[in-house]
Write a protein that binds this ligand. Structure first.
Ligand code: ACO
Length: 307
């Protein structure tokens, strides 16, 4: 059976926060942030519900269907608006969905975990699943902590995944979690994100490379055949290290973190949107979508665009 991406949408807060603005209150600089992360500015604002609803509605419109055509909503977030109810309930309400809805939390791998979940839901009889990655990470940022404050940001991205008996976009998936590494990146209830950045960096490169190699082997392709890699947008140096190890030139990597920072489960659909607006998505092309995050989780997929 096939699963096709038939629509995409994004949402970004209006408020742009530049590195210079952060440097006014933190012991940091535009030069340090750009050199060590690649980030120039980020968007701050909204809620998981408001951003997720805008992105979800845009994806439904882009797919050319109505809210009533959606059979399931899977919302990926690591910054749920409330512990309960699940934020997907509010997003479903705002969009006007009447289908089941649930949250998935796999940190920055969340969007890919949600796509994998949606693929399974299509296999069990659903026709269209709306997958949303939405984050309001700024709410859990200690604005006195320069380690995290320069990295995390808000935003949302969404896709409609549709059952298709004849065509299939998702050729392979490789996902995993290593709970022994859970303490490397945490956010307690009513707390802030805390991270051992250097260790996360090292392990991220390793798990992204390993899962990408597995996904490519399962799809029966080599990295030479990839038109694009659409990676989680955490740090330009992680993307460079991954590309170097996979023999992918940087001009095949989609980079949007310079403008959006790290938006966790929203970062891959935001990067996809960037690639599409720049005419980098073409029918028949292979792309590698790969993410990693707290947990530590990882998820890589090889896709071949059918539209
Ligand atoms: N400005 C200036 N100096 C800083 C800043 C800053 N914003 N942040 C850290 N530093 C300092 C540190 O305090 C340290 O100073 P010290 O040597 O006096 O102790 C120095 O810079 C070097 O620190 P490192 O941690 O070694 O810096 P590094 O080059 O590794 O960059 C960074 C830090 C950007 C956090 C990097 O390690 C990284 O990107 N790690 C991965 C983060 C990530 O991918 N997270 C993804 C998951 S996010 C999620 O799941 C929500």
């Amino acid at each position: 059976m096939g699963a096709r991406f038939t629509g995409w949408g994004i949402a970004l807060p209006d408020r742009i926060v530049t590195n210079d603005e952060l440097s006014k209150t933190l012991s940091t600089s535009d030069a340090w942030i750009q050199e060590r992360t690649g980030i120039k500015e980020r968007r701050i604002g909204g809620t998981v519900t408001s951003l997720g609803a805008i992105a979800g509605r845009a994806a439904i419109d882009d797919a050319g269907v109505n809210a009533s055509d959606i059979d399931f909503l899977v919302l990926a977030t690591s910054a749920a608006d409330r512990i309960t109810p699940a934020t997907s309930a509010m997003v479903a309400h705002e969009i006007g969905l009447s289908c089941p809805a649930m949250d998935v939390n796999a940190a920055c791998s969340g969007f890919m975990y949600a796509v994998r979940t949606a693929q399974g839901l299509l296999e069990t009889g659903n026709k269209r699943v709306l997958v949303v990655g939405s984050e309001h990470l700024s709410r859990f940022v200690d604005w006195n902590d320069r380690n995290m404050a320069v990295l995390l940001a808000d935003g949302a991205g969404a896709t409609v995944l549709e059952y298709d008996p004849t065509e299939n976009d998702i050729l392979s998936f490789s996902l995993g979690v290593e709970g022994a590494d859970a303490e490397l990146l945490t956010c307690e209830h009513e707390g802030y994100f805390r991270m051992d950045g250097a260790e996360v960096f090292r392990r991220a490169v390793r798990v992204v490379v390993e899962s990408s190699e597995k996904a490519m082997a399962m799809a029966g392709i080599t990295s030479d055949e990839l038109s694009l890699i659409i990676p989680h947008q955490a740090n330009i140096r992680i993307i460079q290290a991954v590309c170097q190890r996979l023999n992918i030139e940087m001009d095949r990597a989609v980079v949007s973190l310079d403008r959006y920072g790290n938006t966790s489960s929203a970062s891959i659909p935001l990067a996809f949107d960037d690639a599409r607006k720049n005419d980098r998505i073409h029918k028949g092309d292979y792309a590698l979508l790969t993410g990693f995050g707290a947990g530590m989780t990882w998820a890589s997929a090889v896709v071949q665009w059918s539209k």
